[in-house]
Design a protein around this ligand. Structure first.
Ligand SMILES: NC(=O)c1ccc[n+]([C@@H]2O[C@H](COP(=O)([O-])OP(=O)(O)OC[C@H]3O[C@@H](n4cnc5c(N)ncnc54)[C@H](O)[C@@H]3O)[C@@H](O)[C@H]2O)c1
Length: 308
């Protein structure tokens, strides 16, 4: 195994934090995995379990529990915190976390002011939380995870529908990680050739798949963890390649393909047909309007009575 980063941080020791931790121990992408979470008991239990995994699997990655400020020593930190709330939505489900997660993520972002490393945000609604963290921290390297997972699900689904290997399918899902996702069907290829995409069936699977997973195992976790490990490899400069991450785009943050070379990202949005361009504009308008709500959500007063 090659060690590439002295440490990677994870905030949140819940379903996603646990799966990301396990994926990192197996992938051996770092020497130390630093875990910070609201519940230190949960973080300590996760660190113990991951260190058992390390011993059993012969990994070099050691897990430790730390406080959030200690994560600033890591070249990359994954933000997978989720505030306590009950999501009662049956549409636009990821927006359900907006009010609960905004104050928590704003406070976390304050801890990363002028942080020079990479922040990879998972918390939903991820495009809005990515922008919130980027604007609050002032950190230049803030990316949100969502569209790369949508893209992985798209390739998997199309490969199944067309009965071809997943590796033969090239294509992107961009825009919002949510109902305003844009399937870039017009630039999708199979074995390098353009292909007719059964958009209705693809969209139905993309919409139903996360709910089916959550209904079966409580939360989605391993798909996001896989997407995160891939994004970390690119962001840390371990390998070059393209992935779809939430990043600044015409005044908002939304999912676009980024070409990483030596860890540096360059947007590479594919050519869009008229319908896809309209859908991307609709995603941008939706996220721009929703961000006004984020701005209006107050932060709780600090214990001293000061405002953050
Ligand atoms: N972007 C994606 O593709 C994607 C995929 C899956 C899940 N998610 C999102 O990821 C987030 C995490 O999901 P989960 O299933 O792991 O949630 P979870 O409830 O299982 O775990 C959340 C963790 O965050 C911790 N936490 C809460 N507030 C915190 C704070 N202020 N500081 C530090 N830790 C804090 C909790 O103690 C807990 O360990 C959710 O918002 C979920 O919607 C996104």
């Amino acid at each position: 195994m090659t060690t590439v980063a002295p440490a990677v941080g994870v905030i949140g020791a819940g379903a996603v934090g646990q799966a990301v931790g396990a994926a990192l121990v197996c992938a051996g992408l770092c020497d130390r995995l630093l875990i910070a979470s609201r519940s230190t008991d949960q973080a300590a239990a996760l660190a113990d379990d991951l260190n058992d995994m390390r011993a059993a699997a012969g990994s070099r990655v050691r897990a430790h529990v730390v406080s959030v400020p200690e994560l600033r020593s890591c070249p990359a930190v994954v933000v997978a915190a989720r505030a306590r709330f009950t999501n009662t939505r049956d549409r636009d489900i990821r927006m359900g976390g907006l009010h609960a997660n905004t104050p928590a993520l704003r406070a976390l972002a304050e801890e990363f002011r002028s942080y020079p490393g990479t922040l990879l945000v998972v918390t939903n609604p991820v495009d809005l939380m990515t922008r919130l963290i980027a604007e609050t921290s002032g950190c230049a390297r803030v990316f949100g995870l969502g569209s790369s997972l949508d893209t992985a699900r798209y390739r998997l689904t199309l490969a199944r529908l067309l009965d071809v290997p997943v590796a033969a399918v090239r294509g992107h899902v961009i825009g919002e990680h949510g109902e305003a996702a844009v399937v870039c069907a017009s630039s999708t290829t199979v074995n390098g050739a353009p292909v007719h995409v059964p958009l209705g069936r693809v969209r139905a699977e993309l919409a139903e798949r996360p709910g089916r997973i959550s209904a079966g195992i409580g939360r989605t976790r391993y798909g996001p963890a896989g997407a995160l490990v891939s994004a970390l490899r690119l962001a840390l400069g371990v390998e070059d390649g393209v992935t779809e991450l939430s990043a600044p785009y015409e005044g908002v943050c939304l999912g676009i393909p980024l070409q990483f070379t030596g860890g540096r990202p360059l947007p590479c949005v594919p050519p869009l047909n008229e319908a896809e361009a309209r859908q991307l504009e609709a995603a941008r308008s939706k996220l721009r309007a929703a961000y006004q709500a984020v701005r209006g959500i107050p932060s709780p007063p600090l214990p001293s009575g000061r405002k953050s």
